[in-house]
Ligand binder design. Sequence first.
Ligand code: B1M
Length: 221
Amino acid sequence: MNELLEQLAICIERGKVNLQSPFPVDLKGQEGADELTKRAIENSIPAEVILNESLMVGMQKVGDKFEEGKAFIPDMLIAAKAMNAAMVHLKPFFESGEVELKGDFIIGTVAGDLHDIGKNIVRMVLTGGGWNVIDLGTDVKAEKFVATLKEYPNAFIGMSALLTTTMMQMEVTTKAIKEVSPATKVFVGGAPLSQEFSDRIGADGYFPDPNKFVKYLSQAI
Ligand code: B1M
């Protein structure tokens, strides 16, 4: 991996937000996710490469450490803060796209789940792809998706879940949506999911990669 991207991945993993941040103590006075992302862009590294080959790598590492009992909730929180500082710089690249509106897209993280970094990336890529995105945020109950669909009856729906426990909410929500509007297309994404899971709950597709998802949607309309 490019040395700059490697350094940036460490900043995400360790939760080094920017030059000013005093944590972690051994990285005090060094540049953080903020400055290194800016520099990666100045070095013409594509936004997608920065995301997939650096930021996601750092996030995966802190997640693995959490699973092994070597990192704790505050470590994941500060890693998320560093990730958000980096995403500020990538946002314009993901959002600058087609101007002509393709349609409405309702997105949210399912009930009981507070993870929103992945969902926010999907939102940015959809916006860049010309979709009017209605972002319901996190911890979104089935009723809220259904009520919003009534306001935007032709919308596509996307749900995100990061926990094996909240994945099951996708089934509840998909059923509730299909009951009131069988033709509405419902898509799912998030690290613990699979196409097999999507098929099982009656959703219309699982997409791990936001860019491929947006390309698919453009062809589907
Ligand atoms: Co959480 N957490 N967390 N966490 N957290 C995971 C998910 C975990 C895998 C860590 C681990 O143990 N290795 C684990 C889940 C284990 C499991 O379910 N089997 C876990 C746990 C256990 C928990 C808590 C339960 C911990 C606790 O309290 N004991 C708790 C739950 C809180 C809740 O939601 N109710 C919790 C809390 C948190 C924080 C709040 C501290 C923080 C979230 C901050 C935030 O989101 N604002 C956090 C974080 C940061 C993580 C990890 C480290 C990183 C997640 C992330 O942002 N990834 C994570 C470990 C990991 O993922 N390796 C972990 C980067 C993001 C860009 O990827 O979301 O997959 P992702 O999105 C991708 C694709 O999946 C796709 O596009 C994105 C870009 O490529 N995509 C879609 C996502 N949604 C899509 C929707 C679509 C299409 C594509 O629609 C069609």
